[in-house]
Design a protein around this ligand. Sequence first.
Ligand code: MGD
Ligand code: MGD
Ligand code: SF4
Ligand code: MO
Length: 689
Amino acid sequence: MTATAPTRDVLLTCPLDCPDACRLKVTLGAGPDGTERMLKVTGDAGHPITRGFACAKTVHYPARANHPERPLYPLRRVGRKTDAAPQFERVTWDEALDDIAARLKDLLDTRGPRSILRYNYAGTMGLREGTHVHALFRALGTPELEETICASAGTAAWAMGYGTRYSVDPQDVAHARLIVLWGINSLSTNSHLTPHMTAARKAGARIMCVDPYRNRTAAFADEHLKIKPGTDAALALGVMHELFAHGWTDDAYLAEATEGADELREAARPWTPDRTAEVTGLSADDVRAFARAIGTTRPTYIRVGYGMTRHENGGTNLRAVTLLPALTGDWRHRGGGCSLSASGAFKLNRTQLGAAHLVQPGHPSVNMNQLGDALFPDAGLGALVVYNTNPAVVAPDSGRVRAGLQRDDLLVVVLEQAMTETARLADYVLPATTFAEHADLYTSYGHHYLGYNPVTLPAPGEARPNSWVMQELARRLGVTEPSMYWTMDELLAHLLDTDHPHLSGITPERLKAEGSVRLNLPEVFLPYAHGAETPGGKVQLTPAPTYSDPHEHAGPEWPLHLITPPAHHFLNSTYGLLPNLTRAEGSEPHVLMHPEDAATHGLQDGQLGTLRSEVGEITRRIRVSDATQPGTLVLEGTWWGLSAPDGRSVNEVTAQTLTDLGGGSTFHSMRVAVTPVQAEQPDPVSAAD
Ligand SMILES: Nc1nc2c(c(=O)[nH]1)N[C@H]1C(S)=C(S)[C@@H](COP(=O)(O)OP(=O)(O)OC[C@H]3O[C@@H](n4cnc5c(=O)[nH]c(N)nc54)[C@H](O)[C@@H]3O)O[C@H]1N2
Ligand SMILES: Nc1nc2c(c(=O)[nH]1)N[C@H]1C(S)=C(S)[C@@H](COP(=O)(O)OP(=O)(O)OC[C@H]3O[C@@H](n4cnc5c(=O)[nH]c(N)nc54)[C@H](O)[C@@H]3O)O[C@H]1N2
Ligand code: SF4
Ligand SMILES: [Mo]
């Protein structure tokens, strides 16, 4: 990169799909052509959550924003979608938008709105560029996209017990005396929680981690329970058994704030430490000690991640775990309770956000975890408009997704900041702006601050915000829905048009002046101290969760369980194009395999293996390691397929199977077989030594 002198620092909210929603200090300076660009990213020292540091990935955001292959002009495909090297020609915005609008119009006239689908996710968490842009599709009446690929099982499970998703305030975690990190690799995926945990530890707190493998968070914790994947409901029931048996329940809280304690007590009765140990792979003594720690330490804070939800029984796993603080009464103690997501506290007026008011109950919908099926020729789609996501890599059964995207009779339009593997399969790539180049409002799922970003940098080339593209298409398609054409200020006024106390005193002017504003919550926020926002007003402990093994009948042809959790240096696939970050992750994706399994399956450290599941196969370097457990393979990171030895995404082996609750994704639940690859490629790690 050409050396350039910094000219000024600005504070902006990180737009990425991460609970921390950091307030970033972004250093700007003139680029080689003289226009101002992003040079450096750190954290705002004055922000109580960000505390002056950005994560190991987003410090590299400038390399993404200034990437030589970033699409800066509208591109139209020349050549076929199946060509190994995709080719595009530059066109004007008018050429691109006129042609796309004409083709959408033709589909609407001849085949109806069901022939068009939006496919989007949280590449930006901005309410304008991420959510309000759905208004175009609602105005056209195209199918709803059932979101999410990420949080549905957790959301549904939380709703059953607690209604609205509230979280312990991360700033209160320092008060906890036991911290349980359960199915979350928080040191990588929620790194701004760490200072609060360290403060708690200094004050005497113990930190325990429940995870199938020794990740960074397990190494940081004082104790690691290496649970068998998919068995968390059994462990939670085992803990409940001990809580009831030893009288460690808070009976006053159970009486005042919950419903169904007796039924839960009966359900937990059979879950003795021995039975729990048998199912979870832990020892009975570990189960007893874990239950004693939770039963006798106030406040206990449990941070759950989505890891345990990404299984066929995932909703129930999460529900069982999140009911524990209701039994111990931790919700009454500052720093006690449980966090999944804080998003429910942001009581914005969302009635017309994304033109939600146009969606009638029973409107046709497509579950986003089943995109592969939706793209199948018989399903009737003629056009797919993709924004804020990279489905050719991140969606389950990505082999099927890619085959669908390659259909010659499907119009694929991709709004992107990077030439992702999805963009490479597009008919049109429309260049998108980044968070410094467009205005937006951000909530958070890990803390209680709203963030506002103004337009800060000029858009490079002809990059445009998603909202601009949607409005231009809407005009060409004759859309008259007024919210479609709102400016940022009009959207902001709508979102803040509410009497809810959480937003009292928060005005557009204040948001613009302060940039980051804490919701108007009490200083000590104890959302479930006296009940919950369920229909009965109480924490619902029934129906009592039960454990079921989705792989009980898995045949011997699928001997191993594959989990595919996030990597430290990536954010989903967003940073997978930066060589320094792929190097930090070992230059290519690899699979952790326990020494016992390596011996059984005839594989050695550094060898390539083929992982086969019922939907596809991939080739990966095997790393033999006792960080994992016998029977469980771990593949960290949703790498670009282009970085893998076989050019394929890990999701070529994951399936479109949905979770028990919420219709969520099951990325950590695959049964696979592994065989050694005979023809060898050099191991990049040993080659570099
Ligand atoms: N560095 C980094 N940060 C990220 C992301 C990223 O890709 N990289 N992605 C962002 C996004 S979109 C999300 S949703 C979050 C996700 O962040 P997390 O919630 O931390 O990620 P998960 O995929 O849920 O996996 C978390 C842990 O769950 C474990 N796990 C898998 N199955 C089970 C199980 O059955 N039981 C238990 N107890 N544990 C299990 C995995 O081994 C893993 O260590 O992180 C966000 N932040
Ligand atoms: N095997 C496996 N697969 C997984 C997961 C896993 O743990 N294992 N995790 C799953 C989870 S939790 C999630 S959330 C999904 C995430 O999957 P995605 O939602 O696809 O997330 P990213 O891969 O980060 O891709 C986001 C894309 O949005 C683009 N983008 C960002 N901002 C903008 C913008 O303003 N405008 C436009 N037009 N584009 C923008 C970025 O350039 C990037 O290419 O992946 C899922 N897939
Ligand atoms: S990705 Fe998360 S931790 Fe990293 S800067 Fe953005 S919000 Fe902060
Ligand atoms: Mo996610």
